[in-house]
Design a protein around this ligand. Structure first.
Ligand SMILES: *Cc1c(COP(=O)(O)O)cnc(C)c1O
Length: 370
């Protein structure tokens, strides 16, 4: 699904040098590379505070911990997402309220959220799934009207721009009160191990988040709140400093791949190519087809037989996961999410694909339907 080896070989000298610098400095934790990455990412995103941390799941957890929530406060999340989005909510003894998504862009919308709001609702967690933004302007308006916090789960859309009605733009993850991301190696901005970050423009929240990620202290051995230990290590920061320079280029490459697939597959009546949200550009973390008529699993197997890996993100709605049973009303229906879990298929997409490979994959998809 990704080719991290070729990507590494294309910048081997730079990466090796940066890692060697960290090893020779022995500043493995909170070294200058981490500060440098924090500053570079703040500049890139146009956000006041970036707090690096250990992974994208921690980023979500720390964001929630900063909001002074009480047990049973309700947090609205899409049922069609990676488990981390809802897992941290349950872990903090808060209540995940799962909602259905749009069938075309796979995202939650203001209208869907509004129906799930109760007097206990405190936070909305939109997920910018597969690489493009949810309709943030509408979501922010609902949040404002009901006095709710917004945490953007931006693990899949770092670098995407959202365009507001007045024509202004903001980077994904910098629109809500807090944004979170992951530097898991296969993400668009991937480290060589685990990593994550939290973004906010609010200074008070920024300071609090920095303290929570560091055992609740801002002065060593003086702990004013319960925190956790979540750090980005210096070697990962060194790698990310280099890859951040190429992030926009990576998005361009991914869009070229997506456009190639689009053109090749557009005419097939039994699949739906990914729909673009007109208010967001797409950084194509995933290129996800919808396959009609129950043919998804057969297509997956057909491609696999030809040596083409594909993935199902995600095969089971969160509300159908055993771990979340206690949070879900038995009669809860998620028709769109269920339909998507049965029909989505993600094709390989990454920064190192050549035309020969793309033609082989598209032709294989086409020949399945012929
Ligand atoms: C990857 C991912 C996460 C979690 O990131 P980790 O770094 O693996 O903890 C959270 N949410 C979404 C939507 C993701 O894709």
């Amino acid at each position: 699904m990704v080719d991290l080896k070729t990507q590494y070989l294309n910048m081997k000298e730079e990466i090796d040098q940066a890692i060697l610098e960290v090893v020779e400095s022995c500043a493995f934790i909170n070294g200058p590379k981490v500060k440098e990455f924090q500053t570079n990412l703040e500049k890139y995103l146009g956000v006041n505070h970036v707090i690096p941390c250990a992974n994208g799941t921690d980023a979500l957890q720390i964001a929630l911990m900063a909001l002074d929530l009480k047990p049973d406060d309700e947090i609205i999340v899409p049922a069609f997402t990676y488990v981390a989005t809802a897992e941290v909510i349950a872990l903090l003894k808060l209540k995940p309220i799962m909602v259905d998504v749009r069938p075309d862009t796979f995202d939650i919308t203001a209208e869907i959220i509004e129906k799930a709001i109760t007097p206990n609702t405190k936070v909305i967690v939109p997920v910018h799934l597969f690489g493009q933004c949810c309709d943030m302007e509408g979501i922010m308006a609902v949040a404002k009207a009901h006095n709710l916090f917004v945490i953007e789960d931006n693990a899949q859309a770092i670098g995407a721009d959202y365009t507001f009605k007045d024509g202004s733009t903001k980077k994904a993850g910098t629109i809500g009160d807090i944004g979170t991301t992951s530097f898991y190696p296969a993400k668009n901005l991937g480290a060589y191990g685990d990593g994550g970050a939290i973004f906010t423009n609010d200074e008070e929240l920024g300071n609090k988040i920095r303290m929570i990620a560091n055992h609740g202290q801002n002065r060593r051995y003086y702990h004013s709140m319960i925190g956790c230990n979540s750090r980005l290590d210096s070697i990962q920061a060194a790698v990310l400093n280099i890859k951040l320079k190429y992030l926009d280029n990576y998005a361009k490459r991914r869009n070229q791949v997506a456009n190639f697939y689009d053109e090749a597959l557009m005419g097939l009546s039994e699949i739906e190519i990914p729909k673009r949200n007109p208010n967001s550009n797409h950084v194509f973390h995933q290129y996800t087809l919808m396959v009609r008529n129950d043919k998804r699993d057969a297509l997956k197997e057909y491609l696999s037989d030809r040596g083409i890996p594909t993935m199902i993100y995600y095969p089971v709605p969160l509300n159908k996961q055993k771990a979340f049973r206690q949070f879900v009303d038995e009669n809860l229906e998620m028709p769109v999410t269920e339909m998507l879990c049965d029909s989505v298929l993600s094709l390989p997409i990454h920064t190192e694909m050549n035309e020969e490979l793309l033609r082989f994959i598209s032709n294989s998809v086409k020949s399945f339907f012929e």
